[in-house]
Design a protein around this ligand. Structure first.
Ligand code: ADP
Length: 400
């Protein structure tokens, strides 16, 4: 069966068409600047030349029409007819407490996703637009929702409750939800395969380090604790997000700078993290380049980020009875997969726990391998994540 995987952002849309017979990507692409001047699609059918089409796209419906046309284009497309698409899998950011697993989308599911717009005002609306557009363009094809939050629904209350009056959990569902669940789950499954362990018995600390970053403690194959919280702002310092700060900074800044809650939220989400510290960029490659040119604040930004990661790994070690219980620490996503310096600095900085990187094994990018030295107390791996494949697998399982 061929499955179309859709990941809708507010002004962008990523897609992959995957042939599940062999789990091969046959086409993929990105639509950018939806609803903004200069909209375009970058489409690639594997084995054919890449195609860029610029065309005004007023909304996600227009964008998806262009995706469908590109997929079936006689010259640069991948399939002859849309009838070949067996199902569509959608990434949905927030499933709240309603979804601990992926689901086939029906009216009740749409109602629940809509209800969760309240806790994910930035993320769920574009996901909903993508689903609605696919429903109208492919009315007879089953659609599946795969939630970023679902994997983390196994967390116990000691890890998901914030120590604020309990009534706010009851009234507004304010709690830790966690995100990047599809990636942490993929990494959990893949690590179990690589280490030859039953996934229901594996204990891990998975580090998704990209533009957005989060770390998860996985106990017996399930999420037990994770660093992102009520929103993806919590936890580590990231490209532009502050991560954990003293909450008293919020009212203090509002008062001192005469800012609204929304303005402070914007500063913490878009102007903070390594961008805020370095003043250079939110992109870790730019920060690394600036460091090598002697830019002090970029060095400071990287040091803060790596220290954040080490402290959370250290904290999550306490979730296990002994270090022997932890099967591996795993790096993934843009930075985790690609930056040998970041991986080495993080792991070698945890020498108090007997961790050690193997410089030769670690000297690579984007490969799947064990990168710790044989004497390291806990194995360390680097594994490229594949959220699209995870979404496609869940979709196939549910529509079969
Ligand atoms: P997103 O959260 O947007 O999915 P990614 O997982 O793609 O992000 O990660 C993007 C980040 O990974 C960027 O900050 C980028 O600079 C960083 N990155 C990608 N390749 C490298 C590399 N070779 N060295 C260092 N950082 C890298």
């Amino acid at each position: 069966m061929k499955i179309l995987v859709i990941n809708c952002g507010s002004s962008s849309l990523k897609y992959q068409l995957i042939d599940m017979d062999g789990e091969k990507v046959i086409a993929k692409g990105l639509v950018e600047r939806i609803g903004i001047e200069g909209s375009r699609i970058k489409h690639e059918t594997i084995g054919k030349e890449k195609k860029v089409i610029e065309e005004p796209l007023k909304d996600h419906n227009d964008a998806l029409k262009l995706v469908m046309n590109s997929i079936v284009d006689p010259e640069f497309g991948a399939i002859k007819s849309l009838d070949e698409i067996g199902a569509v899998g959608h990434r949905v950011v927030h499933g709240g407490e309603d979804f601990a697993q992926s689901v086939v989308i029906d009216d009740n599911v749409m109602e629940a996703i809509n209800k969760n717009v309240e806790v994910a005002p930035l993320h769920n609306p574009p996901n909903i637009m993508g689903i609605e557009a696919c429903k109208s363009l492919l009315p007879n094809v089953k659609q599946v929702a795969v939630f970023d939050t679902a994997f983390h629904q196994t967390m116990p209350p000691i890890n998901y409750l914030y120590a604020i009056p309990y009534k706010f959990y009851e009234k507004y569902k304010i709690r830790r939800y966690g995100f990047h669940g599809t990636s942490h789950m993929y990494i959990t499954n893949r690590t179990a395969e690589i280490l030859g362990k039953d996934v229901n018995e594996i204990n891990l600390i998975t580090c998704h380090l990209g533009n957005g970053s989060s770390i998860t403690a996985v106990k017996n194959g399930k999420s037990y604790d994770t660093s992102m919280g009520f929103t993806p702002l919590d936890g580590l310092a990231m490209g532009t997000r502050s991560g954990i700060i003293d909450p008293a900074i919020v009212p203090y800044l509002m008062e001192k700078e005469h800012l609204s809650a929304e303005q402070v939220n914007n500063i913490l989400n878009k102007e903070s993290g390594v961008l805020g510290i370095s003043g250079v960029s939110s992109d870790f490659r730019d920060i690394e380049d600036a460091c090598s040119e002697g830019n002090e604040r970029s060095k400071l930004a990287l040091d803060i980020f790596e220290n954040n990661v080490r402290k959370i790994i250290g904290a999550y070690m306490t979730e296990f009875k002994s270090l022997d219980e932890i099967d591996a620490i795993v790096f993934t996503a843009g930075l985790g997969e690609n930056s040998k310096e970041t991986r080495a600095n993080i792991i070698n900085g945890l020498s108090a726990f007997g961790l050690k990187i193997d410089d030769e094994a670690n000297n690579m990018r984007g490969e799947e391998r064990i990168i710790s030295s044989p004497e390291s107390k806990i194995k360390v791996l680097s594994i490229p994540t594949n959220e699209e494949l995870m979404i496609a697998r869940d979709t196939l399982r549910l529509v079969k």
